[in-house]
Design a protein around this ligand. Structure first.
Ligand code: GUN
Length: 296
């Protein structure tokens, strides 16, 4: 099948964003003596979480910011995680706090997220930040949908009036993605597992953001010719001969034959998430110090 779509290179985009963040950090240090700091709290030994956390700390330091890692054991009590978050809320060297999810079952996720100072909520998961996003107020925005939005604006320019569909309604991606697209004056549809005719809904969209966590669910004939497709999914599937392979929520080859532009998996949305986390930390640090926030 011929690939017609422009491939949206998230890796290259993330490199440029990280370079901009590093320049902003250097300027903050030069003109204000301020070094933004990001604290990451990891509870337990989830291997995927350990990989993410290491990558976050490495990229934070590479951008010139301070990285604070707090690793608690898998049997850490709810109270001890809460105490850790409260200590970070009170620490003036920490401008951004991220509690890596998932948390072990004895730790109440919603309560821990709600304990983070909203001004330091680098993930944008606190209900106050979620509410501010929907209310059109200034806050901190979840990193993955923010990365998707930046790539869409770079690909399409002004998004106003475009028909956008978001597949998935999670608090981390689907809901904030829909809010961001609405803020850009898109006509937004959110679809989910109980939607009646997903394919027909999808075919009407000029912008498709797939965040359902189901390998290659979105087929080529769901995509309108020329549409822009952002694939948030990262699914590991059996590739035979004892091997596995990463695929998105979109059947890439089929979709790329009809779309105008598409993000690959891997190398699309993934690299943008940490770059946006770094940008959020700079934003949070500036606001905490009453300094104008550099644009991303
Ligand atoms: N676990 C998987 N993705 C994320 C993320 O973006 N933030 C946090 N805190 N945990 C995660």
């Amino acid at each position: 099948m011929a690939e017609l779509a422009r491939v949206i290179d998230g890796k290259a985009f993330a490199e440029r964003l990280r370079a901009r963040v590093a320049a902003q950090v250097a300027a903050l240090q030069r003109t204000h003596g301020l070094t933004p700091g990001l604290a990451v709290v990891l509870v337990g030994e989830n291997p995927a979480s350990q990989v993410y956390v290491r990558s976050k700390a490495k990229q934070t330091r590479e951008s010139g910011m301070a990285a604070f890692d707090h690793h608690l054991p898998a049997d850490a009590s709810h109270a001890s995680v809460l105490a850790q978050v409260e200590a970070l809320n009170a620490d003036p060297a920490v401008h951004g706090i991220l509690v890596q999810l998932p948390l072990p079952p004895q730790v109440g996720e919603a309560e821990i997220i709600a304990a983070i100072d909203p001004a330091k909520d680098a993930d944008g998961f606190h209900p106050v930040n979620a509410g501010r996003l929907w209310a059109g107020q200034e806050g901190l925005v979840p990193c993955t949908p923010l990365g998707c939005l930046l790539m869409l604006k770079e690909t399409l320019g002004d998004l106003a009036g475009r028909r956008a569909i978001v597949l998935g309604r999670s608090n981390i991606v689907g809901k904030p993605m829909a809010a961001l697209l609405l803020r850009e004056s898109c006509t937004v549809t959110i679809v989910h597992s109980r939607t009646r005719d997903l394919a027909a809904e999808c075919r009407r969209a000029e912008i498709v953001v797939a965040a359902v966590g189901r390998a290659e669910m979105v087929r080529g004939d769901w995509i309108a010719p020329g549409a822009t497709v952002i694939d948030v999914g990262i699914n590991r599937i059996d590739a035979g001969a004892g091997k596995t392979r990463l695929v998105g929520d979109v059947a890439y080859a089929e979709a790329a034959a009809v779309a105008g532009a598409i993000t690959p998996v891997p190398g699309g949305v993934g690299p943008m998430t940490i770059a946006c986390l770094l940008a959020n930390t700079v934003t949070a640090a500036c606001r905490q110090h009453g300094i104008a926030v550099p644009g991303t």
